[in-house]
Write a protein that binds this ligand. Structure first.
Ligand code: NAD
Length: 482
């Protein structure tokens, strides 16, 4: 597949005419497709189109905008399975996850369509004999949406859906590691919206993403990605005093309380949370804390849970865990594991490699690390791979302090049979979300705001707060008490 740019209602080549190759991380010699390598000029064209389309879209009745989103959601449902297959081929994850990712696009469009009336309702602050004060919600203008490769469809659509339904127009720049399936979905929904309302520029983030963030006609930027790029975007956006939503990295702790019974089921649920998308999701279980008393039991059960995984091409039926996205990602993870080994930690690989797997693929067996602590990279940093450090603690105060002793604050989890105790510990954790007895994408609640504390982000997506992020509050005040 050779993807084009979508600007002002038309598909076209980049002005540069140059292309980026997309290779299959499970079979790196396979070229899955090519992307138009967008330029600063292409972004300027897309922003001009979005800026031009903005007044009409802003003034389109909300019900009509909602109808456009519903039409787009229907188109997503009708997409053939080969879009999910394309997604697996371009970034590696198991096919069921790619299907879930594409399905998430529909889910976000329907959620935004349903929530829009509440989100856009003006707030009447005063209305009496002295006059009236109303706070109206107005779209900001052109919203820039910059997204990562790990859940490239769903994470883009939560931005598109929220921005569009609230009356903004959009320019998006998805990650060049996973743009092909995104382009297929945009092809499917494009004519649900007037020309210029939705625009897409593929290319290298430091070119097209940066051009979007620094463009003077883009007052709002919503970014999902790593903390270093988030910092860079904050710097770039400072000149234009832009409204930012930043959904950044996580290093989620899972804390087992001392009443938890170590069962096969518990170990498998923890492993699911750690291994989804080969550990490459922002809120994977990235470190486990358990009472020292049960540590040997947990290590055995967790190892047995990891042994059930089959690593291979995400398109193969038997595969439960695909490759990591790139060789750079694999080498980074292996560097963390080497450091752990060199410093005396135990690093054990589990599971099996599926027959016929390409030896050149970027595969890492599910791995468990014990004997490490917060001074090890595998614990201190976001590993973004299928490797879990498990650590013991003596007191719950110690576990909470260690869980919080980090710049990250995305999500976390507490595991206990006592709901009150679990909630009490949850409240002490510095994270935008704390799950109880679960920790995986299956637990995501789209009606509640999601986001990070500390360096894990600014603002929220999902819930009404997620739609609010795309509106300005405009006070219309005709009241005076004199
Ligand atoms: P990344 O920061 O490398 O890239 C994210 C996006 O930013 C890509 O589209 C990239 O092309 C673009 N980009 C790169 N440099 C840019 C620049 N200078 N200006 C503008 N855009 C630029 O992240 P990634 O490797 O694609 O994704 C993995 C990271 O994303 C992890 O840290 C993960 O935790 C995080 N993430 C967070 C969430 C969340 O909701 N908090 C969700 C998914 C992923």
């Amino acid at each position: 597949m050779d993807a084009l740019l979508y600007i002002d209602g038309a598909w076209r080549e980049s002005a540069s005419a140059s292309r980026l190759e997309v290779r299959n991380p499970a079979r790196p010699s396979e070229i899955v497709g090519t992307l138009a390598a967008g330029t600063e000029g292409d972004v300027a064209d897309a922003v001009a189109a979005a800026r031009g389309a903005f007044p009409r879209w802003r003034d389109t009745p909300l019900d009509d905008r909602i109808a456009c989103l519903t039409k787009a959601a229907d188109r997503i449902v009708a997409l053939p399975d080969d879009v999910a297959e394309l997604l697996t081929r371009e970034m590696g994850k198991a096919l069921w996850e790619s299907r879930m990712d594409v399905g998430f696009a529909e889910y976000t469009l329907r959620f935004a369509a349903e929530a829009a009336a509440d989100a856009m309702t003006p707030l009447i602050v005063e209305d009496d004999e002295f006059g009236r004060v109303v706070v109206e919600k107005v779209p900001r203008g052109v919203a820039g949406a910059i997204t990562p490769w790990n859940w490239p469809v769903g994470l883009l659509y939560i931005k598109l859906a929220s921005a569009l339904v609230t009356g903004n127009t959009v320019v998006c720049t998805p990650s060049p590691l996973a743009s092909l399936a995104v382009v297929k979905t945009i092809e499917a929904i494009a004519d649900a919206f007037p020309a210029g309302v939705l625009n897409l520029v593929t290319g290298v983030g430091s070119v097209v993403g940066a051009a979007l963030v620094t463009h003077p006609d883009v007052p709002k930027v919503s970014f999902t990605g790593s903390i270093p790029t988030g910092r860079e975007i904050m710097r770039q956006a400072a000149g234009g005093i832009k409204a930012l939503t930043l959904e950044l990295g996580g290093n989620d702790p899972a804390i087992l309380l001392d009443d938890v019974e170590i069962t096969e089921d518990l170990a498998e649920t923890l492993a699911t949370g750690a291994m989804v998308t080969s550990g490459q999701i922002c809120f994977a279980v990235k470190r486990i804390y358990a009472p020292n008393r049960v540590l040997p039991e947990l290590v055995e059960a967790y190892g047995a849970a990891l042994d059930k995984y089959v690593v291979g091409d995400g398109l193969d039926d038997g595969t439960t865990i695909g490759p990591v996205v790139s060789n750079a990602q694999l080498q980074r993870l292996r560097g963390f594991l080497d450091e752990a080994r060199q410093r005396g930690a135990s690093v054990t690989e589990h599971g099996a490699v599926s027959a016929g797997t390409d030896a050149e693929g970027y595969f890492q067996l599910p791995t468990m690390v014990t004997g490490a602590d917060e001074t090890f990279q595998i614990v201190a940093d976001e590993q973004f791979g299928p490797a879990t450090p498990i650590m013991g603690y003596d007191t719950i105060e110690e576990a909470v302090a260690r869980a919080n002793a980090t710049e990250f604050g995305l999500k976390s989890s507490v595991w206990s049979t006592d709901p009150d105790r679990a909630r009490m510990v949850a409240r002490q954790l510095e994270a935008g979300t704390t799950f109880i007895n679960q920790h995986s994408p299956f637990a995501v609640e789209i009606k509640a705001p999601l986001g990070g504390f500390k360096h894990s982000g600014v603002g929220r997506e999902f819930g009404l707060a997620g739609l609010d992020a795309y509106v300005e509050l405009h006070q219309i005040n005709s009241r005076s008490i004199t």
